[in-house]
Design a protein around this ligand. Structure first.
Ligand SMILES: Nc1ncnc2c1ncn2[C@@H]1O[C@H](COP(=O)(O)OP(=O)(O)OP(=O)(O)O)[C@@H](O)[C@H]1O
Length: 579
């Protein structure tokens, strides 16, 4: 099959598309588990190229409105009525992602990357069809547009290791969404928590981008300053899920004056409308509701006009283009990009890496000293018990030392994954492989380190193959612990719950290890549980490998019935040989 030439394709396709989002009679009901509540009430209108600001009091439904349009709703739980289209074409979440990007309110970023590295990572994933030089040009363009030149080589940082400022983080989040040149951009409160100048810089930059790229930018905003207000093309005011105004910014004054609301000369129009929206005066509220009715009528007419525009064809072309572009995402190259970032993340998390290294080193040196040279001392049942306890403790140590870092760190990494996965930057399998491969190498190293220290300090006697079998067990148990840590963090929203789950996991490991309760004495209704505990396997395997068949007065295998499964199998084999 001949290779699809994306750049040639681009040249043959019309580039200037004016997209618009229309929505008709949108109602949104949330279900809080007890009852259904209407959050958006019969909204109709259209968003066109330029800056579209959504304003309203807290809880008026701004974020819900963005989520409904972006189809980021749990449709099983909540209910949406009405229709939304892009240039007359109905869309689902997947299709929405082809045209649009959505930067949510929280700045969720990996702290260990620099600003430039983050943009390079995003461009490598989103612009795989372009050459390296073109991707670098796009990165430079975004850095310049967002005025991030000064901090481009600074780490993102977090509350422990300070990096770039809050405003810069916000700009990085917006930049990541801009890097793929979306035609529609949703932003939930891009200026929250910023000083008025930085907020102005961000909105001005968005305005420039919208004009240059013919992009529809829809965002929610609280209390814009007069300077920012002047930059808006279209403004939408929401009150209890209903429109108070939805139209051109320049027309708002005339519109409200017709309803008998006169704007004070020295007051910011946005502040004045917000004070009306949040007013407790019944007369004002009635008038505003009347305003809302007129808005709906006006918007229905607007909608019809928009849908008459013959833009559907252009939209289909664009879709075709974007879907072809999506096919460019090569599985192995996505894995490579993600592995590169994961390795950088591990390397830059130096404190955690050192902590893990020294934790394994010191705890195992400590085990070695405590149980020094007892490995072959089997003169009494107590000696045997001691050897078995020592092997159990080593296994438990490896298991829980590898669980812990993941339970703590993966909960924040998970947020980054969820954000990037939802923006369809990569698949879950891509992420899983890139996360696990470096971890497997790291855990295998720690497992080997434990074995090298403990096998010889404890003084187990055995051949080279006994040592490698011993090491293999610890490599596996470390890797299993690591996976259990990731699993528990992935399963539970809060790391506190994940930690409780892990603690609950500890007790069965000890109970079914065969050390504190002979395995052949376990009641039948619980004895199967041992097969679910990794420590049962490692304990059984190591003790059998080291001591099985050896002639000694007190053999650990026989003393603690570790030969249970072997005995059963041996009997079966003997019976088979007899025939
Ligand atoms: N998933 C949900 N479950 C329950 N209630 C919800 C859900 N989503 C939204 N709501 C409710 O809908 C209303 C509107 O919420 P939304 O977040 O859209 O408001 P907002 O205008 O963005 O507020 P803010 O400016 O404070 O962020 C709120 O009363 C909120 O409690």
């Amino acid at each position: 099959m001949s290779k699809f030439d994306y750049e040639e394709y681009l040249q043959t396709q019309p580039q200037q598309y004016n997209l618009n989002i229309s929505y008709n009679n949108i109602c949104y009901y949330v279900n809080d588990g007890k009852k259904e509540r209407k959050v958006l009430d019969n909204l109709s209108g259209t968003f066109k190229t330029g800056l579209n600001a959504i304003m309203g009091g807290s809880g008026s439904g701004k974020t819900s409105f963005l989520n409904v349009l972006a189809k980021k709703i749990d449709f099983k739980k909540h209910k949406v009525e009405g229709q939304s289209t892009i240039n007359g074409l109905e869309y689902d979440q997947r299709l929405f992602q082809c045209f649009a990007n959505y930067a949510q309110q929280d700045d969720i970023l990996l702290p260990t990357l620099t600003v430039r590295e983050y943009f390079e990572f995003a461009s490598n994933l989103k612009l795989q069809h372009l050459s390296y030089e073109k991707r670098q040009q796009q990165v430079d363009k975004i850095i310049n547009l967002l005025m991030l030149q000064k901090c481009q080589n600074t780490l993102i940082g977090d509350h422990i290791n300070r990096g770039i400022s809050g405003g810069e983080k916000k700009r990085v989040c917006i930049g990541i969404e801009l890097i793929g040149n979306p035609k529609i951009l949703f932003l939930d409160e891009p200026t929250s928590g910023l000083d008025s100048f930085t907020a102005f810089v961000i909105i001005k930059m968005l305005k420039k981008y919208a004009e240059e790229q013919s992009c529809v930018i829809i965002f929610t905003v609280h209390q814009p300053s007069s300077d920012i207000w002047e930059l808006f093309d279209q403004v939408t005011f929401l009150c209890e899920g209903r429109f108070i105004y939805n139209g051109h910014r320049q027309n708002i004054k005339d519109y409200f004056e017709k309803q008998g609301f006169y704007f004070p000369i020295l007051q910011n129009p946005a502040d004045y409308i917000m004070s009306l929206v949040q007013s407790q005066n019944q007369l004002i509220q009635e008038k505003l509701l009347n305003t809302q009715q007129q808005q709906s009528d006006q918007l229905s007419n607007q909608l019809e006009q928009v849908n008459q525009d013959n833009t559907k064809e252009i939209c289909k072309h664009k879709l075709d283009l974007l879907l072809k572009k999506q096919n460019f995402q090569n599985f192995t190259s996505v894995c490579k990009i993600l592995i590169k970032r994961q390795l950088l993340n591990i390397k830059r998390n130096r404190i955690l890496l050192k902590a893990r290294f020294f934790q394994y080193l010191f705890t195992n040196l400590f085990y070695g000293l405590i149980y020094f040279n007892i490995g072959n001392k089997t003169e009494s049942p107590q000696d045997v018990f001691q050897i078995c306890k020592c092997i159990l403790l080593l296994g438990l140590g490896c298991f829980f030392q590898s669980i812990n870092p993941q339970t703590i760190t993966f909960s924040s990494e998970k947020e980054v994954f969820m954000k990037e996965y939802n923006s369809q930057m990569y698949s879950a399998l891509n992420y899983y492989l890139s996360k696990m491969l470096p971890e497997i190498i790291l855990c295998s190293y720690f497992g080997l380190q434990v074995s090298l220290i403990c096998f010889f300090m404890i003084g187990f006697e055995g051949s080279t193959s006994n040592f490698f079998f011993f090491a293999l067990n610890f490599i596996l148990i470390t890797n299993i612990g690591n996976s259990v840590g990731i699993l528990s963090s992935a399963m539970f929203q809060q790391s506190k719950v994940a930690i409780s789950f892990i603690i609950g996991f500890l007790v069965p490991q000890v109970m079914f290890s065969g050390v504190y309760k002979n395995l052949n004495e376990l009641p039948e209704y619980v004895s199967w549980c041992r097969y679910l505990t990794p420590i049962f396997y490692s304990n059984n395997a190591i003790i059998n490998d080291l001591f099985s068949g050896k002639t000694m007065i007190y053999n650990p295998v026989e003393q603690l019935h570790f030969d249970l499964d072997k005995w059963v199998c041996q009997n079966c084999l003997d019976e088979i040989y007899q025939y």
